[in-house]
Design a protein around this ligand. Sequence first.
Ligand code: NAP
Length: 449
Amino acid sequence: MEAVESPEAGPEDIESLTVPESYRAAVLLKDEQHMFDGVRAANRNPAKSLHLADVPTPMPGPGEVLVAAMASSVNYNTVWSAIFEPVPTFAFLERYARTGGLAARHDQPYHVVGSDLSGIVLRTGPGVRRWRPGQRVVAHCLSVELEDPAGHDDSMLDPEQRIWGFETNFGGLAELALVKANQLMPKPPHLTWEEAAVSGLVNSTAYRQLVSRNGANMRQGDNVLIWGAASGLGSYATQYALAGGAFPICVVSSPRKAEICRQMGAEAIIDRSAEDYRFWSGEGGQDPREWRRFGQRVRDLTGGEDVDVVFEHPGRDTFGASVYVARRGGTIVTCASTTGYLHEFDNRYLWMHVKRIIGSHFANYHEAWRANRLIMRGRIHPSLSRTYPLEQVGLAAEVVHGNRHQGKVGVLCLADREGLGVDAPEFRSRHEAQINRFRERPGSMDAAG
Ligand code: NAP
């Protein structure tokens, strides 16, 4: 680690390092992809399926880069992968491999997961010009082929678009990672490795979903309802709303998360646990009285106004309420269905009040770069709450699966302790309080951790 991380190490020093034939990685095993068959998703434990294993090092092909991964993070897609829901990710890898060429390498008996990293460029493949060994980088998770014209307006529309470390192999929860060169972005120099690692996926997603014209195209003064406002995606959406002159209405499930939202600068906060909204009546249907109670609460907080944009991702549990509370002409922008993807809502509130539902998925390179730039400039901050060593990645995923976390959960890979990697200490000192506001108080997240 020291040899790679030394600030004095130039490209030649990094290139002279021998790349190991194998490396330690968090893997799922193809042999075990049916281990949870018959078990409800909520009862599937990622700690049982995620293993630490030595796997062979893939050498970078044309346009690819091998990165020494200092840190990574647990995303919800890590949870989906590890509980084999909605399908085992080996199906994605096999499909990708069938496209031939370099893609064939992705079908292995193991899947190295992880869709975030911070690290140092170790080797570049033929044709890579922008990046060179020794550069400190973060990665976004859009893996795209761009051989089809459809992807050249917005690369999220490319038919060969995949989420790296979820729909591809050789992901970031490992000591080494293989990425396409156009996944790399500069590491924000004021952040530690673990702080830099946690934002790539959720920050880019929140940027496109809320700010980009491909998403809700949020405007100054908009009322933005944000579900999970102090969790992964929501912690960035809340910051975008505040930084962009909008009024976030933050929905959370605990006093601690409500306090974090206040620290971020939000004033309108709803603790859904304390107020006990039951949008589903328990008899298989939804209860519009609960939508109205929720809508009245929103109006109480906004001085009688309705919501311009709903930042949706819980899905089935909340979608009916989200469609109801959006104002006439308002937007519901969704990127996920954590609680179930078969949504139900009263369509009369959509068509008669001329609302729009927009689907949003990750971000193109330009959007990811713009989102990373805002972190570099100290406008958006990582929401890291706790960091686990790579050996405990299963526990880290279990904590996220159980919603026992806040903000983002980081994982140390080659970095052997927290706090390393800061290259701009003076700039950092100006933002220290914001960087630390998600930090977990000892013992409050997970006794086992
Ligand atoms: P996360 O950190 O676990 O946050 C999700 C939050 O949603 C929870 O912490 C919880 O916040 C809230 N929530 C959960 N169940 C809820 C319910 N029944 N009602 C209301 N709120 C509920 O996960 P994340 O990283 O933000 O990801 C959220 C979802 O988005 C996942 O399904 C993930 O796969 C997806 N995602 C999609 C993309 C994409 O590109 N399409 C990108 C990133 C993530 P409180 O308990 O505080 O209310």
